[in-house]
Structures are given as C-alpha cells and as structure tokens.
Design a protein around this ligand. Structure first.
Ligand code: ZN
Length: 85
C-alpha cells in the first residue's frame, strides 16, 4: 500500500511545510507589530478623543464687508480693513 516516496515528492512536502511555517511566522510578526502600533497609539489620555471637540473647525457665517467687499466672519469689525460691519 505504502511505497517509498520519490525524492521529488519529499522535496515538495518539505517545501510546503516550510512555506506554512514561514507563513505563520510572518503572520505572527505582523500581528505583533500591529499590536505594538496600537499600544503606542493608545498612550493618549483615554478620556480625550483623537480630535478634541474644541479643535474641530466650526461653521461660521460670513458677511461681506461694505468697505473692502471681503467676506469675513460676522464680527464687530472687518478683519481685512478694520472697518465696522
Ligand atoms: Zn473690510
């Protein structure tokens, strides 16, 4: 039933075993690097989100300055020419 396998078959089996072995090694290395990167990324204060809400840009209405016709945030004075809006 079982005969002695030829050298080429043994080489193929050894090659497949080596491929699987190095494949698992590579997967383990990638997983370790990913976990290390995740650990390094989570060194921030846990109660602070990635982007602080105050740092987020807010939507602001712009009004046209009567003096220089620049569109500036609706403030008391124009940021471009200093004229009162
Ligand atoms: Zn102006």
């Amino acid at each position: 039933m079982f005969s002695i396998p030829s050298v080429s078959k043994i080489l193929v089996v050894v090659g497949i075993v080596l491929i699987v072995l190095y494949g698992f090694k590579a997967i383990g290395r990638i997983d370790r690097e990913r976990k290390a990167a995740a650990k390094a990324g989570s060194k921030r204060k846990p109660d602070q989100p990635a982007t602080h809400p105050k740092e987020r840009p807010t939507v602001e209405d712009l009004t046209e300055c009567d003096n220089c016709h620049a569109f500036v945030p609706a403030a008391k004075t124009c940021g471009q020419c200093g004229a009162r809006l």
